[in-house]
Design a protein around this ligand. Structure first.
Ligand SMILES: C[S@@+](CC[C@H](N)C(=O)[O-])C[C@H]1O[C@@H](n2cnc3c(N)ncnc32)[C@H](O)[C@@H]1O
Length: 802
């Protein structure tokens, strides 16, 4: 409700909401300050053995937890959460067997207690907020809170509370590898597991646990039998909800720890197969593949092990089918095909022909850059977080080290306008819809940066993605981490990893080491906000603190190596989580592929500022030309007079308004150096405003004005001879990516129909708009028509075939 409008009751509500917001802002500030103090204390304190006198007993903790609120700050039903990062946060790369069991009194703080493992019991119910937090007790009945900021592969902010609370029920026994002990916000000791693989489920019947003497009986349930775990897992998995698959995984994992299962490979096989399916349902393809591989080694002599069990043909079929799907999900298409032909042929699986076709399609995409754009377009509209099953395509480009700009992408053969040069699926995405009704603010004290909701989500998901598929770590490492101390920051190439190498990394001997600070740095330096062709997925309103729209966050591999120019020669389009680079013009072999990191329509000073933030000075022809202009005065004119005119639209008659815009055009044009030819992007919005006014006063004159607006950004119009050969009105497209130039071309098409009564010209301009769309985005006429329905000269029949 707008403040000051409506009944007294509504006004009171408005006031109340405002007070709540102010109070919340103060609370956010208080918590931030406390967190910063805790971070600084942790960073500067000398690590010493914990003082047990300052650690509460299990009873004290249980009494204090009684009736505690479980969900944090709330504003009108919306959760406002702060996520704090900072401090060392590398996961343990050791196996449980390599670690020495200790109790809480043996731990140091602040420290990552290397070489140690803490076996403890979940004491309290799970609190939900910044990830999840619950207290654990050790065998001596000392209790500490344990926080897991990223407990689930699907960000916990979108996971129902009931699922989160069921992940670690009271009484569950867990082992904390190389425990990270820190001072919490209130100054007391706290455990933290930034990487969830450091927290292992331990079956209460296992030899490790039965050797422990606990002071008290466990609160909560007694360890179920392995059959009960299997049944509970099957029930959770059968509910077919993504979130309950995590519960299924927990049950199967605990079941596998039962001594009866450990000593019986057949039982292990069953649980591994089931867990693989639960992982597949969660799209955790690496974990699914590892389970299938372990299960295979129990019966298949070709897996380089001595088979220890016999299985039924049905079990065999199920296992290989799951394994194939895991390989496909990992985008190991050759390997998936091999499993299909050697292990699945002859099986009566209804989906089999579908997968045969899918694999061929992916391989075609990878080798030719051909995709089913219409299908992607359709899928993109059916979800708010689109992930596509497509292979990456690398066209005729190679990575080269370029003087003064690090690596860059060089085109290795002549290419034509519109040719796909690169198509690449995001390594990681963060969509606002993944944290429904939640505003997240990430604070990284170490790097002194604040991140938005989708960036927090992307970090959470990155941790899980790398746990699931560590073969991608090589790609991550080849991107700049933004850390000076990173030995890998002087990169010279981009790794192309074979399927064999990826498989070896996925089937690791020891857990991969996940460095959260490094992941955060890499995201910060390389990920960016993405506006997808489908706005539904990429830009959703209103989740953050101030209700602003937020783009999706995405990180790409090879595409990240493209350097910047304010005169880019490729267009960038986003289809869900896939980025596509197409040549904007015909380009010759040896040219560098250049994208624009920011809008070339920005003023020279704005562009310089943005390039500086990226750590370079742009030396493109536009910047060189701009440097000799009176760019400071131009900036003043655009900041002051342009903005003022934009605000005046309603208060002046069209002719008076037009006169003012024309005056401004003259003044801005005069700031360009004498004799300067070509692009003058600052004039573009002015000419668009002039064109719009002519539309109202004398429509015919809007055509040359709109043409100027296109010329300012580098458009070259076709000569009559050129038109005679291809029928287009434009020879060379302007540099601006996005939809603006298509709108301008369609604007002229409409004016030709409406004001000039010239359908021949109208058709030529409309077809040129379609050609421009094909060059920039591809996808065919249907997509173009759907996207530009509102801008088309709709009352007139356009002859698209020409
Ligand atoms: C996304 S990376 C591009 C790949 C990078 N060159 C590399 O070696 O990893 C962005 C970084 O590349 C460099 N860069 C990009 N465009 C540049 C340009 N036009 N001139 C100089 N350096 C540039 C800057 O260091 C920038 O921070």
């Amino acid at each position: 409700m707008v403040w000051g409008v409506g009944s007294d009751d509504e006004r009171d509500e408005g006031l109340e909401a405002m007070m709540r917001r102010l109070e919340l802002e103060r609370e956010v500030e208080r918590v931030t300050n406390r967190a910063r103090e805790a971070y600084e204390r942790n960073a500067s304190a000398v690590s010493t053995l914990v003082n047990t006198a300052q650690i509460p007993s299990s009873q004290t903790v249980l009494a204090a937890a009684e009736g505690k609120v479980k969900i944090e700050t709330d504003l009108g039903g919306k959760r406002i959460l702060q996520v704090f990062r900072g401090g060392p946060s590398c996961s343990s790369a050791r196996t449980i067997k390599e670690l020495q069991r200790v109790n809480i009194r043996d731990l140091n703080c602040p420290a990552r207690n290397e070489g140690k493992i803490l076996v403890c019991r979940v004491l309290t119910e799970t609190m939900i907020g910044n990830g999840i937090t619950f207290h654990v007790e050790d065998p001596e009945e000392l209790a500490l809170p344990l926080t897991m900021p990223s407990p689930t592969p699907h960000p916990s902010y979108g996971v129902p509370a009931t699922v989160l609370q069921n992940l670690f029920p009271q009484g569950t026994i867990i082992a904390l590898k190389e425990p990270d002990v820190r001072f919490a916000l209130n100054g007391s000791y706290a455990l933290r597991a930034d990487v969830p693989t450091d927290v292992c489920f331990i079956n209460g019947r296992s030899s490790m646990v039965s050797a422990i003497q606990w002071c008290t009986e466990a609160t909560g349930q007694v360890e179920p039998s392995w059959e009960e775990h299997k049944l509970a897992g099957n029930i959770a998995m059968g509910r077919k909800e993504l979130m309950t698959q995590m519960i299924a995984v927990r049950h199967y994992t605990l079941g596998m720890g039962d001594p009866k299962v450990v000593s019986d490979p057949y039982k292990s096989f069953q649980l591994l197969c089931n867990r693989a399916q639960a992982y597949l349902n969660m799209r955790q393809f690496g974990s699914a593949y590892r389970d299938c591989h372990r299960a295979q080694s129990l019966f298949d002599a070709t897996a380089n092990t001595t088979p220890s069990i016999e299985i039924t043909p049905d079990q065999r079929k199920k296992l290989y089918w799951r394994m194939m799907k895991a390989a496909y999900g990992l985008r190991l298409y050759d390997h998936a095909q091999k499993i299909l032909t050697t292990k699945c042929s002859g099986l009566s699986i209804p989906d089999l022909p579908n997968y045969v076709l899918k694999i061929v399609t992916q391989k075609t995409g990878a080798s030719l850059g051909r995709y089913d754009w219409s299908l992607m377009w359709k899928d993109m509209h059916s979800t708010t977080a689109p992930h596509f099953e497509v292979s990456d395509y690398t066209g005729p480009i190679e990575v080269q080290l370029l003087p003064g700009r690090g690596r860059g992408l060089i085109i290795t053969q002549d290419v034509h306008a519109g040719q796909v040069l690169l198509a690449s699926k995001a390594l990681i995405t963060g969509f606002l819809s993944e944290a429904p009704n939640t505003a997240l603010s990430g604070l990284d004290f170490e790097r002194n940066i604040t991140t938005k909701t989708t960036q927090v989500l992307a970090l959470d998901k990155s941790i899980h993605a790398l746990i699931d598929d560590p073969s991608v770590i090589t790609i991550w490492n080849s991107l700049h981490s933004g850390r000076e101390d990173d030995p890998e920051s002087a990169k010279t190439d981009f790794p192309r990893i074979t399927e064999e190498k990826r498989l070896a990394d996925i089937l690791y001997d020891r857990p991969p080491q996940i460095d959260v600070a490094k992941i955060s740095g890499t995201l910060d330096t390389n990920a960016f906000g993405v506006s997808s062709l489908s706005r539904k997925a990429s830009e959703q309103p209103g989740n953050n603190f101030h209700g602003e729209a937020e783009h999706a966050t995405m990180l790409f591999g090879l595409p990240s190596l493209a350097n910047h120019s304010c005169l880019p020669n490729v267009t960038v389009s986003h289809w869900g989580d896939v980025v596509v680079y197409r040549a904007l013009h015909d380009l010759s072999s040896g040219s560098e592929l250049l994208v624009s990191y920011f809008s070339p329509e920005g003023s020279f000073m704005a562009r310089c500022g943005l390039a500086k933030e990226w750590g370079f000075t742009c030396t493109c022809a536009l910047c060189v030309a701009d440097e000799s202009d009176d760019y400071v005065y131009r900036e003043i004119l655009m900041e002051r007079d342009y903005s003022r005119l934009m605000e005046q639209s309603d208060s002046l008659g069209p002719r008076e308004f037009l006169r003012k815009w024309m005056e401004l055009e003259k003044e801005v044009a005069a700031t360009y150096a004498k004799g300067r030819k070509g692009m003058q992007p600052d004039l573009r919005p002015i000419w668009r405003a002039i064109a719009a006014l002519w539309w109202k006063i004398d429509g015919r004159r809007s055509i040359p004005a709109e043409r100027f607006s296109l010329e300012c950004i580098g458009t070259i119009f076709s000569t009559p001879q050129q038109r005679a050969t291809h029928g287009r009105t434009i020879e060379k497209l302007p540099i601006i990516s996005g939809d603006g130039k298509i709108e301008s071309i369609l604007y002229i098409a409409r004016a030709q129909f409406v004001f000039m009564g010239n359908p021949v010209e109208g058709n030529a301009w409309a077809r040129t708009a379609f050609w421009a769309h094909e060059t920039m985005f591809g996808g065919g006429l249907a997509i173009f028509l759907e996207r530009f329905e509102g801008k088309l000269p709709h009352r007139y029949e356009v002859d698209w075939a020409g």
